[in-house]
Ligand binder design. Structure first.
Ligand SMILES: Nc1ncnc2c1ncn2[C@@H]1O[C@H](COP(=O)(O)OP(=O)(O)OP(=O)(O)O)[C@@H](O)[C@H]1O
Ligand SMILES: [Mg+2]
Length: 562
């Protein structure tokens, strides 16, 4: 029976007589290939190659160790049940009967053919066994197809799962980023609202303090030498000064502080302040400074930066009651649009203060920058230190960042924009210390209280003062023929701002010295003209220095002693 399929392979184990040869002949005549084995171990070795039917003469197994053969049969894969045809002798003794029973159990798929047998019986038995085996191969192929399909499915599922996980990760990252951005926005909005509220109140207080300080300044000259009276006055002055410091901090937080920003060498500033910082921190705290001389200048108000630095250093001291290390570092950072930082792209100098103190928990850290938030107990902290630093950074075009870990320490970072030009030397930056001779000054302020006290301060300095309460009134006075040596004007006034007034006056007289006295930064962005500024509240001394700077060619005279 020849077919296209490879012919089945029949293993023959019949070591006695000529059985093996006769069987092989018959098998081949039936169209199968045959292989004759010489022993049970040889048969087991051949089984691992292709075996479709096994033909065995029973005497080849009788009395032999059959455990390995039994083990091979038991270890077949699920689809396989190899057919055995056992040729028996005409021996029905009890021993043989038991032996055959054992074979049925051990070889499982077994058929017996009794000898002498007819050729057709052997052929039929082999054919039947081969057909059974062919079915097993079909089952194997089917199982393999199923297995492949299952593997393919598993691969696809794994692929999809991975894609899903990736999408999930992306989604999670995006939502985390959104949450962070929302939290940051909320915090910014909260601080913005607080800033507006605080800024408005502080601005009004600042104006009131201007009047208080101005009048106290003048009163100090008239009160005479009586020690008790002087003490009272100094008490009042000290209170007013502290009030002014407080309102300055509030204005700083509200980003409405009048900043005198200029290119500043932070390395030199740090060097100048090092002694003061070390003294403020005490001997238990080691101060380390890491700064490269090549750090570029930044645009900032140096006085305010000193204040900010001191505030941060004092916070670090308070967080290290048992001592520790404060590391102050300066480095140069480039921010690109893709950095995801809340900073405009550009070059910055980062000033960081890292302490080894008690740190903050997340609730404290989230609120630390809020104005009036303090954990230092009543009367110990105003809660305005960090608010001021935050406001300064923001108003200077930089940023303030705070990181903290409870029990480990806190890192405060002040990012400030690199200045377009080098820092001025101290000599250039500071005003000449001189007082001028009598000048005619036009003073413009819509607040009568402030106008009154400033007029008194100016007159006390020996100047001739003409007072106006609006830009319009000031222009009218000039048109009527007054030719002042100097104009001092408030900025935020109804009708016409100080800057508008200055523009009009300068169009008539381009050389006219004009001083803008403002309580806070009402002036956003670039001004149409460059004007010197004086921050309210100011003392008589500051006023006098500013005038001296603007009218330097005058012969110095002192304030009028009364
Ligand atoms: N370096 C720091 N380590 C641990 N906590 C800090 C640090 N800096 C600030 N804080 C926490 O933030 C709060 C607010 O600080 P902020 O400087 O604004 O006010 P303050 O220090 O309490 O008061 P003031 O600055 O007027 O002395 C502090 O009370 C403290 O709880
Ligand atoms: Mg503080």
């Amino acid at each position: 029976m020849a077919t296209d399929a490879p012919s089945a392979n029949v293993l023959i184990l019949a070591p006695v007589g000529r059985d093996a040869g006769a069987c092989a002949k018959l098998v081949e005549q039936a169209g199968f290939s045959s292989r004759v084995c010489c022993s049970v171990p040889d048969l087991i070795a051949q089984l691992d190659f292709r075996a479709d039917v096994v033909l065995i003469a029973e005497e080849a197994l009788y009395g032999k160790a059959l455990d390995p053969l039994e083990a091979w049969v038991a270890a077949q894969p699920p689809w396989s049940d190899l057919p055995f045809i056992v040729l028996t002798n005409h021996n029905d003794s009890a021993r043989f009967t038991r032996f055959r029973g054992d074979l049925v159990r051990k070889l499982r798929n077994i058929a017996f053919l009794e000898r002498p047998m007819q050729a057709i019986s052997l052929k039929a038995a082999v054919l039947a066994a081969e057909r059974g085996r062919a079915r097993q191969y079909e089952a194997r192929a089917y199982l393999e197809t199923q297995q492949h399909a299952a593997e393919e499915l598993e691969r696809l599922v794994a692929q999809r799962t991975a894609a899903l996980e990736k999408a999930n990760d992306l989604l999670r990252a995006e939502s985390q980023q959104r949450e962070r951005a929302q939290a940051a926005l909320l915090q910014t909005q909260k601080l913005e609202t607080m800033g507006q509220l605080v800024g408005g109140v502080a601005h009004d207080f600042n104006n009131l303090l201007m009047a208080v300080i101005g009048n106290l300044d003048l009163l100090a000259k008239r009160i005479g030498a009586d020690a008790a009276n002087r003490r009272l006055l100094e008490g009042a002055m000290e209170g007013a000064r502290r009030g002014a410091t407080l309102t300055q901090r509030l204005l700083a937080f509200a980003r409405r502080q009048e900043l005198q920003s200029r290119p500043t060498d932070v390395v030199a500033l740090l060097e100048d302040m090092r002694g003061l910082i070390s003294r403020s921190l005490g001997p238990m705290i080691e101060v380390k400074v890491i700064a490269s001389r090549a750090t570029p200048a930044v645009t900032v108000d140096p006085n305010q930066l000193e204040m900010a630095l001191l505030n941060l250093a004092v916070n670090a001291r308070d967080a290290m009651p048992a001592g520790g290390v404060l590391t102050i570092a300066l480095d140069h950072q480039l921010v690109s649009a893709t950095d995801g930082l809340d900073l405009a792209p550009g070059a910055y100098v980062r000033l960081s203060l890292q302490d080894t103190g008690e740190g903050m928990d997340s609730v404290t850290l989230a609120r630390a920058v809020e104005p009036f938030f303090s954990t230092k107990g009543i009367g110990k902290g105003t809660g305005l230190g960090l608010s001021m630093v935050h406001g300064l950074a923001d108003q200077s075009g930089g940023a303030f960042r705070l990181e903290s870990q409870l029990g480990v320490g806190t890192k405060a970072e002040l990012w400030l924009p690199v200045a377009g030009r080098a820092a001025e030397t101290l000599a250039q930056a500071h005003a000449p210390r001189a007082v001028t001779s009598s000048a005619t000054i036009l003073l413009v302020d819509d607040d009568a209280l402030i106008a009154g006290s400033t007029v008194a301060l100016l007159e006390d300095l020996g100047h001739h003062v003409v007072e106006a309460h609006s830009g319009k009134e000031a222009l009218a006075i000039v048109e009527e023929g007054l030719s002042p040596d100097l104009v001092i004007t408030d900025h935020a006034m109804p009708g016409m701002t100080g800057v508008d007034l200055a523009l009009t006056l300068r169009s008539r007289d381009p050389q006219l010295p004009i001083l803008l006295a403002t309580g806070y930064a009402e002036l956003h962005g670039e001004l149409p003209i460059e004007l010197p500024r004086l921050a309210k509240p100011y003392t008589q001394e500051q006023l006098s220095l500013e005038i001296a700077r603007l009218l330097p060619d005058r012969v110095p005279i002192g304030p009028q002693a009364v």
